[in-house]
Design a binder for this molecule. Structure first.
Ligand SMILES: O=C(O)CCC(=O)C(=O)O
Length: 343
């Protein structure tokens, strides 16, 4: 399956007013991701950004406490940090409290229980390498880190990125195709951190991805404050940084999780595919039975025809024997026989 993101851009990338919950859901199901421009209210984005900046600064100050020492290596700011620095007045989940996104979530999780999962802000290094920032993340699936139940991820940058600062890149294929490509089949192949052991080594190697989906399969939109990338834990993605991207970038991921591996549409598709296969098998069995009956009926008809013709022949012979001409010609045939024996 070769993908050309240039051809998909119009389908994947629209402003808030051009999406409906249904169209966003359909694109998400088919392509695994979508961009919604100007979706996040500016004041909420500013408030969460300000709280995140304070929380990142505060991390340095906690380093002498025991709990903070354990977290010293963790490069994220979480929702509990945002709540703490705002005295409980703000949560990162408020960023996506937008009707389009809420309605979209209810389509994704139709028929299953779902809940808030996490808010995690991160800072990714530009090529100027701010040491406090994280290195760009390699291509991965979030389920390799968070586990397999279906999560929706809203990736929201606090500043413009994709030109001077690193952005995000994704391989825009549906979650089921991604799962198939990743080699996941619910068994654990090897010992590894988090959930990486459930995937063959090098499963998401860049050469393998390019071989499977072509060199133009990486979607890396330029993002501005207010824009959001909608994706899941079943999409291949990672940081996108080129040598021209000198500044660092801060962004936040807001995640929701369901109680099943699949989102509703995929579960329904699977159910329909299995139902259609069962119907096709039943129809094939009925057709085979009908063919058998037709052949059996043809054999019976041929036998009946044979019997009818045989009976007609017997009746004709009997009729001739019974007729007066049979009685007259009997003596003549005997005389003819006698003449032949004299010759
Ligand atoms: O923000 C980034 O550059 C990478 C984020 C990412 O890979 C993730 O959220 O799993």
């Amino acid at each position: 399956m070769c993908i050309h993101v240039g051809e998909l851009a119009e389908k994947l990338d629209k402003s808030l007013s051009d999406w409906t919950p249904r169209t966003l859901h359909r694109t998400f199901v088919e392509q695994g991701c979508a961009v919604v421009r100007n979706a996040i209210p500016a004041n909420r984005l500013d408030d969460v950004k300000a709280a995140t900046v304070i929380a990142f600064q505060g991390r340095k100050e906690w380093l002498d406490t025991r709990r903070a020492k354990a977290r010293a290596q963790d490069p994220h700011v979480y929702d509990q940090d945002i709540r703490r620095v705002t005295d409980g007045n703000l949560s990162g989940f408020e960023l996506v409290d937008v009707p389009l996104l809420k309605d979209f979530l209810s389509y994704v999780y139709e028929g299953q229980n779902w809940r808030e999962h996490s808010v995690a802000a991160r800072r990714i290094q530009g090529t100027e390498l701010d040491e406090e920032y994280q290195k760009p993340l390699e291509l991965h699936l979030d389920c390799q880190i968070h586990g397999f139940n279906f999560t929706v991820n809203f990736w929201i940058p606090f500043e413009e990125c994709g030109v001077d600062a690193p952005s995000l890149q994704l391989v825009p294929i549906g979650s089921q195709a991604t799962r198939k490509f990743s080699g996941y089949n619910s068994t654990k192949f090897r010992e590894a951190v988090c959930y990486y052991g459930h995937f063959p080594k090098e499963a998401l190697n860049i050469d393998a991805i390019v071989k499977a989906f072509g060199p133009n399969c990486f979607f890396h939109p330029i993002m501005r404050p207010g824009d959001v990338i909608v994706s899941s834990n079943w999409i291949i993605h990672g940081s996108y940084r080129t040598p021209q991207m000198r500044s660092g970038r801060t962004s936040v991921e807001v995640r929701f999780i369901g109680d099943q591996l699949e989102h509703a549409a995929a579960a329904r598709d699977q159910f329909c595919a299995e139902r259609d296969a069962a119907i096709a098998a039943r129809d094939a069995a009925i057709a085979a039975r009908d063919q058998f009956c037709a052949e059996r009926d043809a054999a019976i008809a041929a036998r009946d025809q044979f019997c009818a013709e045989r009976d007609a022949a017997i009746a004709a012979v009997d009729a001739i024997k019974a007729s007066s001409s049979w009685r007259i010609t009997g003596p003549i045939r005997r005389v003819a026989g006698a003449i032949r024996s004299l010759e």
